[in-house]
Design a protein around this ligand. Structure first.
Ligand code: GLU
Length: 550
């Protein structure tokens, strides 16, 4: 009996050989330098910031080279699969305009190299596993969980490296006859790769981020096919898929670096050329005085949902990621303020090899700047979209008062140094609620009066102002001059210099008086331009609000 008999026993229905698939998925017609990259998420029902970061790098490499960026759904770990998980990934990528040109969704395959869902590629993997069995580079292993645990204990007790390798790999030595006998008897098994490596030998390999690496050869007979569902492990699927889909550059997290010798040995066993590797540093954050990995369990910002719920403009998140993806991005961006981020040329060499520091404070600053540069109507449109999903009450108010709302957002905007008070869309209502009567009336108000707190004095200032000095048709200078006249009338200094010289002569100064008016109509002592606010609120509303103080 031969390996071929064994292979046929294990895969009786697999009649296509690997050449069939190599021909079915021919080389892509790439021009020199065009790169093929992919994002290969495992569908967990959670889109990690790290997945976005990976996707962005892949996207940039493809885009820069006029190549292809595709998506493969790595759902072989069926225990973890969650319904709707793939949709979440694709929808998020679409939100960010990082759209793969090949992928699969709801049974529709877009692209010529599919299926792009691993669980639908079982037959393909089986053909490749069958081939390895035939050439003697893979074998069934009948070790149970207990056997493996016992092996581990023995290795640990004797201070050996743990794992299924060399003389410890017991099933490696079973004769074909025995293997066939056990399978026919119905014994459970996995398929393992038969390694020819020597752990004491080091070899050199290139990683585009880390440079030349010296790694020990793989000598582990690692599992390539699981027993229960007969699906391949990541290691095996990676080799088959990235070969058949003609990935030129594998961008993945550095947690895979230690498995690289396994992957390279597998490529070699098939006689395939390995892709280039870009192992990216982990996303890290500062915590008190140390840094640590951004974690799904501890950090809400690890989830892409966080950014959506807060209402960050997607471009702000991208910009923040770009700054950590390449150390020279910020400099480039400052020199080319009008260029889109995807005109930048990504270089793996300019990645930090140690850790990618993602800082929410920095994101907030980027976001603040981006929103401040938008036109008021753009802020309005984006806010309508965001509130439609997250705040229907505010959505209705904005929709019912479109022009008015745009005018509010236009205060101190579209000028050289625009106001930067909106960090994200969920923040806007907190900043502008007092401009909308409905929200103003509903609010438990806390008036932030500063120096002048006497109620009668406050009402007197406001009423005198409205009776004698406020005219909504005044231009800004006239308006301010009238505020000064109001001060003169009520015993406040209209001139700050004069006030500083003789503070005792006055009850206060023009800044104190305007603060009284500001707080009376908005409750806040810090707001955008008061002249604009009063104009937008209108005389009737100002008077109504003053009456509320009595
Ligand atoms: N499915 C793997 C993961 O989610 C993909 C790694 C890769 O890009 O090859 O980590």
């Amino acid at each position: 009996m031969t390996n071929k008999d064994l292979a046929n026993l294990i895969f009786p229905n697999i009649d296509k050989d690997i050449n069939f698939y190599l021909e079915k998925y021919p080389n892509r017609n790439l021009k020199e330098g065009e790169k093929v990259t992919r994002i290969a998420p495992s569908p967990t029902g959670y889109m990690h910031l790290g997945t976005m970061y990976q996707a962005l790098i892949n996207f940039m490499m493809a885009k820069n080279s006029n190549g292809i960026f595709y998506l493969r759904n790595e759902d072989t770990d069926t225990k973890r699969e969650v319904e709707g998980a793939l949709k979440l990934v694709i929808d998020t990528l679409k939100d960010y305009s990082i759209v793969p040109s090949e992928y699969e969704m709801d049974g529709n395959i877009y692209g010529n190299y599919g299926p792009y869902v691993q669980s639908e590629r079982k037959e393909i993997y089986h053909a490749f596993i069958k081939h390895l069995i035939e050439i003697g580079r893979a074998y069934p292993c009948f070790c149970t969980k207990e056997d493996l645990e016992e092996l581990r204990n023995r290795q640990e007790a004797r201070k050996f490296r743990t794992g299924y390798y060399g003389k410890w790999a017991k099933c490696r030595l079973l004769p074909v006859e025995e293997q066939i006998k056990r399978i026919e008897a119905g014994q459970e098994y996995v398929i393992r790769f038969r390694s020819e490596g020597n752990f004491d030998h080091k070899f050199k390999t290139e990683d585009l981020v880390k440079g030349t690496l010296e790694l020990p050869e793989n000598d582990e007979d690692f599992v390539i096919m699981k027993s229960n569902d007969k699906l391949p492990t990541y290691h095996f699927a990676h080799i088959v898929d990235d070969t058949l889909m003609h990935t030129t550059h594998v961008v993945r997290g550095e947690e895979w670096l230690s498995s690289l010798p396994k992957h390279l040995e597998l490529f070699k066993a098939f006689g395939f050329k390995a892709p280039k590797y870009v192992h990216t540093p982990l996303l890290i954050k500062k915590e008190e005085n140390s840094v640590r990995k951004i974690s799904k369990r501890k950090d809400p910002e690890a989830s892409m949902t966080y950014y959506k719920e807060k209402g960050y403009p997607t471009i702000a998140v991208i910009e923040a990621l770009m700054t950590i993806i390449n150390s020279n991005y910020e400099e480039w961006h400052t020199a080319n303020p009008d260029k889109r981020y995807d005109e930048f040329t990504y270089s793996p060499k300019k990645m930090s090899a140690s850790g990618a520091f993602f800082d929410l404070e920095k994101l907030d600053n980027i976001s603040r700047n981006i929103i401040s540069k938008m036109k008021a109507s753009e802020v309005y449109d984006n806010l309508i979209e965001w509130t439609h999903e997250y705040d229907l009450e505010f959505n209705k108010i904005l929709s019912d008062n479109k022009e008015y709302s745009i005018n509010i957002f236009n205060i101190e905007r579209e000028q050289k140094k625009p106001r930067k008070d909106f960090v994200y869309y969920s923040d806007v209502k907190n900043q502008v609620w007092y401009m909308f009567n409905e929200l103003f009336d509903k609010k438990e108000k806390e008036y932030d009066f500063q120096k002048i707190t006497d109620k009668e004095e406050i009402v007197k200032i406001c009423e005198t102002y409205m009776a004698k000095y406020y005219d909504s048709s005044d231009d800004k200078d006239t308006w301010f001059n009238k505020m000064k006249l109001l001060c003169d009338e009520l015993g406040y200094a209209s001139d700050m210099k004069e006030y500083k010289l003789n503070p005792d002569k006055y009850k206060g100064n023009v800044a104190d008086v305007s603060t009284v008016i500001r707080v009376s109509v908005t409750t806040k002592s810090m707001t955008p331009d008061l002249y604009e606010i009063l104009k937008l609120l209108g005389i009737e509303e100002i008077k109504r609000r003053i009456n509320l103080l009595k």
